[in-house]
Design a protein around this ligand. Structure first.
Ligand code: AMP
Ligand code: GLY
Length: 450
């Protein structure tokens, strides 16, 4: 998988660096925001492009109307804008092989090839890898026959976790507390095709009780660098009640992420994955995201993602004090092991504002008010040294200039950074109060339990 890399003209000062960010959510807005602020801070000239982007991103990058899963279209766009680096936000283009196509065309890309991205695009593959690599994970078995899967859940006692094997936009997982729920989840995935072909194979997994933590790392052929841990909140309602979502909010760093625990995460997860990649001549370049369950102080991997988490990226990038582009170029060129990253010891909180009905069916087109009010508030807070507040767009549209409407389930992320978690939390919710749209809902307990 070693690929030819073009020479790196982009590190010389005075040269315009062209970066294309693929995706249209809060994660991509966070990436573009950070790249743009870093460039301004360092006096580097950056030409930022996004595809397809969103109205928030469009304020700082040039957006092209190319879908995030249109690999050929993205390749043509990267050539046209002469991208020195293409940063891939979402998993779908990675699973489709965007990194391989770009590398074959001699274009530098941040994100793993399709073979490595299978860690996310096939849960049964990820399980096999973890078993071989010795990475602790819940016991599991994969099934492609409904009858066999039903027979299996009848012999083991629920609670049990049923997972569609393929990509299901974060919705392919059911925690079944009873046998009836497990049977229903299996039937919906395998018979009802609730997740299309992604559910042709299901993984039936042991239910782990513990504390969830997301840990991401910049990874390349030279090694890896961990980012601060974050805690996602996947359930739709306060107190972790209700249906699973793509993530209703996140904060970093959580108290559970002690130095001792992070040491175990290194040893048992990332060192072992690195050894696995080396043993298989696989070069993984990009972000490896480990969704962990901490059981009695020990980390177990419940999922790997082959990209920045969303909303995790929205808080973790707030805590990166050093330059993001430099880190990504280091990854693209296999230099991350010797690359210095500087992390802030501040705290960051992101509260997701969701559309009425989300994560079930939801409407679009509700007018969003108050975005300027948050910007005024943010300026005042920054001037007072209280911290940073910003609104990142996740599912919005701009049908006419200056009119921003809802256009997705997760609409906006209100992100705040401050010296400690309590302050960051207060700032984020002060920001939340200023933004309104009909049917808006959000969790009020993001970061409340540290
Ligand atoms: P995933 O999409 O794999 O992250 O799963 C979604 C959510 O289901 C996770 O964030 C956990 O809350 C829960 N979950 C997944 N696997 C397990 C497991 N083995 N034990 C307990 N909860 C799980
Ligand atoms: N926040 C979980 C994910 O990005 O998959």
């Amino acid at each position: 998988m070693e690929t030819w890399k073009p020479p790196c003209p982009t590190l010389e000062w005075g040269v315009v660096v062209r970066v294309l960010v693929v995706g249209s959510g809060g994660r991509e807005h966070a990436l573009v925001r950070k790249l743009s602020d870093d460039a301004r801070r360092r006096g580097r000239e950056l030409a930022l492009h996004a595809a397809p982007g969103n109205p928030g991103i469009a304020r700082i990058a040039e957006c092209a109307d190319v879908a995030a899963d249109d690999v050929d279209g993205l390749l043509a766009l990267a050539r046209r804008v002469q991208a020195d680096l293409t940063v891939v936000g979402p998993e779908v283009p990675l699973a489709l092989g965007i990194a391989d196509a770009f590398a074959a065309a001699g274009l530098r890309v941040f994100g793993p090839g399709a073979a490595a991205a299978r860690l996310e695009s096939s849960k049964s593959f990820a399980k096999d890898v973890m078993r071989e690599a010795g990475v602790p994970t819940a016991q599991s078995e994969a099934f492609s026959s409904l009858e066999d899967a039903l027979a299996h859940v009848r012999t083991i006692r629920p609670p049990v976790v049923i997972k569609a094997d393929g990509l299901a936009a974060g919705k392919g997982v059911t925690v079944a507390l009873t046998l009836a729920e497990a049977e229903q989840a299996l039937r919906e995935a395998m018979e009802g095709r609730a997740f299309g072909t992604a559910g042709e194979t299901v993984v039936v997994e042991q239910f782990l009780v513990g504390t969830e933590l997301s840990v991401m790392a910049f990874v390349d052929g030279s090694g890896y660098r961990l980012m601060p841990a974050a805690r996602d909140h996947k359930a739709v309602y306060d107190g972790d009640r209700g249906a699973n979502t793509g993530g209703m909010g996140v904060f970093a760093p959580p108290r559970a992420a002690t130095a001792e625990l992070m040491g175990l995460v290194r040893e048992r997860v990332f060192d072992r994955m690195q050894a696995y990649f080396r043993a298989h001549d696989t070069v993984y370049r990009g972000v490896l995201y480990a969704g962990l369950m901490i059981v009695d102080g020990a980390p177990f991997v419940i999922e790997f993602n082959c990209r920045f988490g969303d909303p995790e990226a929205q808080v973790v990038l707030e805590l990166l004090d050093s330059d993001l582009l430099d880190a990504m170029l280091a990854v693209a060129d296999d230099r991350i092991a010797s690359h210095g990253l500087v992390w802030s010891d501040a705290a960051a909180v992101c509260v997701v504002l969701a559309a009425e009905g989300y994560p079930e069916a939801y409407g679009r087109g509700e007018r969003i008010e108050g975005l300027e009010a948050v910007e005024d508030f943010a300026r005042a807070q920054e001037a007072a040294g209280a911290g940073a507040v910003r609104v990142l767009h996740a599912g919005t549209a701009e049908p006419s200039a200056g009119v921003i409407v809802t256009n997705g389930g997760r609409v906006l992320g209100v992100v705040a950074r401050a010296d400690d978690l309590d302050r960051a939390r207060r700032l984020a919710y002060d920001g939340v109060e200023r933004v309104r749209f009909a049917g808006r809902h959000y969790r009020t307990d993001i970061g409340a339990r540290g």
